[in-house]
Design a protein around this ligand. Structure first.
Ligand code: TYD
Ligand code: MG
Length: 484
């Protein structure tokens, strides 16, 4: 007789599972299939993969003894890193001043955003001074040639190949006279023949990238990896590669807009949060040296619901227009739609407007948009968003020649933000006459704040913003929206 708790099975040691399910979005491995990844919460991203590498055996019993590691001090005589310049200023700046030899750069972005175009243009520029190879796994040689012809770059000395086998590419790069720069377009098409899983799965993408990066580091090649990010997460997102590479750049933009923004999100050789702005034209990507002019180019006359935010992207001031539309909501849950800003942050600004300034706004439908397709991440945009919202609600336009910036705290205070001078200077340069901003503290006790290049309206609390917007529109408007 078996005791009641026994499952009536002979006791054999647990067999090692031969397959596992890997989330194609975050790379977490699960023993069983599930609709949703426990680690990142993405749906439908688990793909079966053969579990090739078992658990590592540890240092174990082999008896081999490691060498002792020598430690050194922090001070050393390392020369500054040499850089390879593409002379596309926007690209070089985002890379932290050019490409570093023996480093790996990942360029991620939605399909069709212009990654291949950008890298082809960059390598063609680099090819004047360095040896560049371009390995395309997505397009045939003729397609890349056609694009080069369209961009007027056919004469550039880039060496082009269509290949997807990592073994072949490694054999080509791991030679005594390696290329200076190698582009792999894209990492999702590369495959390592020792793995069973399909190209594009996390296992393949990781293995291919680590092989290529190892060769690049050993041979001093700058490796540029292209990675697609898809909304559905069906292809292995480049996210699983972020820790393996030195620099991660994202190329982003709205489909309908011609602007493209290259953003550094990780950089071991330079600052992050630097952006490069490009415009997609018939002749490829062209640089936009002064993005503020471009983002403000389509501004309408005196309309309510807009405010110009004086922001900082990386090291550079950028002026963008924040647009808000506040409209009475039908009964039910009001709609919120936000493009180019954080919706959680919008909820906070709305709550502060209600609770600290007595503005009844939360029951309305609210739409918020950062014009031009830029994504603003700075908290300094709070005050510009508040101004756009109040302007839309009251029907009173902001003065056309005013910029706004400042962070809003939960108790309704307007907090100072960094780089005030750079923001003011950029605004003055573009012809703005006044700035609505946090009050400035004098540099030293008893002193005066530094001279500003334009007129400043300095606020210490959010409710001081309201006198700028005397309700203008139809008189019934405010009470009605307040009641709804
Ligand atoms: P591409 O570089 O192929 O995108 P990715 O490599 O990120 O998938 O860019 C494709 C888009 O760019 C395509 O929709 C057409 C557009 N494009 C232009 O508008 N002008 C040009 O000169 C080029 C080459 C592409
Ligand atoms: Mg491409």
């Amino acid at each position: 007789m078996y005791p009641p708790s026994d499952t009536r099975r002979p006791r054999t040691p647990l067999a090692r599972p031969t397959t596992r399910y890997v989330c194609q979005s975050c790379g977490a491995a699960h023993p069983k299939w599930a609709g949703r990844c426990d680690a990142c919460g993405a749906w439908n991203t688990l793909v079966e993969e053969a579990a090739t590498e078992g658990t590592p055996a540890g240092l174990g019993k082999s008896g081999a003894k490691g060498r002792r590691i020598e430690f050194v001090g922090l001070e050393g005589s390392s020369a500054p890193l040499p850089r390879r310049l593409t002379r596309i200023a926007e690209f070089d700046r985002v890379c932290g001043g050019g490409l570093v030899p023996a480093s790996a750069v990942l360029i991620g972005g939605d399909p069709g955003i212009g990654k291949s175009t950008l890298l082809l243009q960059a390598t063609c520029r680099l090819a004047d001074a360095s040896r560049c190879v371009y390995v395309s796994g997505e397009e045939a040689v003729d397609q890349v040639r056609l694009r080069a012809a369209r961009l007027g770059l056919s004469k550039a000395r880039v060496e082009l190949a269509a290949a997807t086998s990592v073994r072949d590419i490694v054999a080509t790069l791991d030679v005594a006279d390696p290329p200076d720069v190698a582009v792999i377009d894209s990492i999702q098409t590369m495959w390592v023949d020792t793995l069973d899983s399909a190209p594009g799965t996390v296992a393949q993408v990781r293995a291919a990238a680590s092989e290529l990066i190892r060769v690049a580091k050993r041979r001093g090649t700058t490796l540029l990896l292209v990675g697609h990010v898809t909304k559905e997460g069906t292809l292995a997102g480049p996210r699983v590669l972020e820790h393996m590479v030195d620099t991660v750049l994202y190329f982003e933009g709205e489909r309908g807009h011609q602007f493209r923004i290259l953003r550094a999100v990780k950089n071991r050789f330079g600052p992050t949060d630097e952006i490069g702005v490009f415009e997609m034209t018939d002749g490829g990507l062209s640089e936009v040296p002064n993005p503020s002019e471009l983002f403000l180019a389509d501004r309408q006359g005196d309309v309510s619901g807009t405010a110009v935010f004086a922001g900082i992207e990386g090291t550079r001031p950028v002026l963008v227009e924040v647009q808000a539309l506040v409209s009475p909501s039908p009964p039910g849950t009001p709609r919120r739609a936000v493009i180019g800003w954080d919706s959680g942050r919008l909820a906070m600004v709305l709550a502060v407007l209600e609770a600290r300034c007595g503005i009844q706004i939360g029951a309305n439908d609210i739409y918020l948009n950062v014009a031009g397709g830029l994504r603003v991440t700075e908290p300094a945009a709070d005050l510009a968003v508040a101004a756009a919202l109040v302007s839309s609600l009251s029907g009173t336009p902001m003065p056309r020649d005013a910029v706004v910036f400042g962070e809003i705290g939960l108790s309704g205070e307007v907090r100072p933000v960094g780089q005030t001078d750079a923001r003011l200077k950029e605004a003055a340069k573009l012809g703005f006459a006044s700035a609505v901003m946090p009050s400035r503290r004098p540099a030293r006790a008893g002193g005066k704040p530094p001279e500003a290049p334009l007129r400043t309206v300095e606020l210490s609390r959010l409710d001081e913003l309201m006198p700028l917007f005397p309700a203008e529109g139809p008189p019934a408007r405010r009470p009605r929206t307040a009641a709804s």
